[in-house]
Design a protein around this ligand. Structure first.
Ligand SMILES: [Mg+2]
Length: 403
């Protein structure tokens, strides 16, 4: 099985994994109607006998992720993830990934087990970088880029159409003022992912896209995420063919994730690129999305696809097919940093999703982990700190820990 391990020149420390700790965190003011996975998280800490600890995070129900990582097992194909890691060499990331993928196959191969594995794998990269004193992107091989381009995710607010539209317009103006060269606006007032259970017409969705484009002016790249709004290509196309005038760079998840044949029909017709992949686990789901779904932009999430290595494999598959990568990420500075490290060695990664703390409603994003990135003229220069370069505020962990 093809897997990815750190590229290390010369000697490396000899370490053994001694313990895995999990911290389930919940924002005390969480609101299920907010449809945001940034209101809870799991932080995974991988400890070693050398005193070096790596930190990871994933994007799935954190109580379920904790169970996947810590539960015991009684079958060769349903082993305990923690037991498979204890005593292992943390630098053997690829070997460990394969061991866990096979050893949990009866419970996993996709979905929550792979999402949970993503957090463990991310922690191993952080650990190896810290042990070597190197930023993670340098361990991924390849020629690093000088700069990567973040896009700001705009967040809506309110419960009426007017509040929703105005919050996005205001957020767009603030992102522009912060120097972002690109933004993505959620425009989801209907369908299974509707903000606050809204049920607005498609015409009003067009009105919101128009208002956000007007607030940005012509020079900022605009992406639109409609979060599974339509069931088929025809009903989507009827609406979005009129969005050509708003110069939309891509349309994210217009159609339900499993409906790849309809996605392909839409991708052939729509006046903008079609992007998808935020929920997918492993290269196998992405192969279907790329080869059957025919999307132009693949969006692996390092906290869901299986970790940084599996995301890199997906990026390589996209390169072979001439597709663009724009990773998905909706968690704290831990996952945002992991995404950025991946982007630094992915030349066809056009943008990374970057939720600016200043524009963010979620307190975990603002408070939990402080990444070292700063915008310079709307771009991010390479990180220099060891590992993922993230400082976790352990007081915040203690305050919001629920399991
Ligand atoms: Mg999305």
């Amino acid at each position: 099985m093809h897997t990815i391990s750190p590229v290390v020149a010369g000697d490396r420390p000899r370490l053994k994994i001694t313990a895995i700790e999990t911290f389930v965190l919940l924002a005390p003011d969480y609101d299920p109607a907010f449809t945001s996975s940034g209101q809870d998280t799991i932080v995974v800490a991988v400890h070693t006998d050398g005193g070096v600890t790596g930190i990871g995070e994933c994007d799935v129900n954190p109580w379920m992720a904790k169970a996947c990582i810590t539960a015991p097992g009684t079958h060769t194909m349903g082993l305990s993830m923690t037991e498979m890691l204890i005593g292992a060499d943390p630098f053997e990331i690829g070997t460990l990934w394969e061991r866990i993928y096979l050893g949990t196959a009866m419970n996993g191969r996709r979905g929550v087990v792979i999402h949970a594995l993503s957090a463990v794998e991310m922690a191993l990269w952080d650990l190896c970088g810290k042990a070597l004193g190197e930023p993670v992107f340098k361990l991924l091989g390849g020629t690093p880029r000088d700069r990567i381009v973040p896009y700001a995710s705009l967040q809506p607010a309110g419960h009426s159409f007017e509040e929703y539209r105005d919050a996005l317009v205001e957020s767009a103006a603030r992102a522009k003022a912060l120097g972002f060269k690109a933004v993505k606006s959620e425009v989801t007032m209907n369908g299974p992912y509707a903000h606050g259970g809204m049920r607005e017409s498609y015409d009003r969705h067009t009105e919101v896209v128009a208002a956000v484009r007007k607030a940005l002016g012509p020079d900022v790249t605009l992406m639109v995420d409609v979060q599974y709004l339509w069931e088929d290509a025809r009903s989507c196309y009827e609406v979005v063919r009129d969005w050509a005038e708003f110069d939309v760079y891509f349309l994210e998840t217009p159609i339900w994730s499993d409906n790849v044949e309809e996605m392909a029909k839409l991708a052939a017709e729509a006046p903008m690129k079609i992007a998808a992949g935020e929920w997918l686990a492993t290269r196998h789901e992405f192969r279907e999305l790329m080869d059957v779904g025919k999307v132009q932009v693949a969006q692996p999430d390092v906290g869901r696809v299986g970790g940084i290595g599996e995301a890199k494999i997906v990026c390589d598959m996209a390169a072979e097919r001439g597709l663009t990568i724009v990773p998905h990420c909706w968690k704290t500075g831990i996952s945002i940093s992991a995404t950025a490290h991946l982007a630094f060695v992915t030349p066809h990664c056009a943008f990374i999703e970057y939720l600016p703390p200043q524009l963010c409603h979620e307190r975990l994003r603002r408070e939990l982990a402080h990444e070292e990135f700063a915008l310079e003229g709307g771009l991010i220069p390479p990180p220099t700190k060891p590992g993922l370069g993230v400082e976790v505020d352990w007081d915040v962990v203690r305050r919001y820990r629920v399991a």
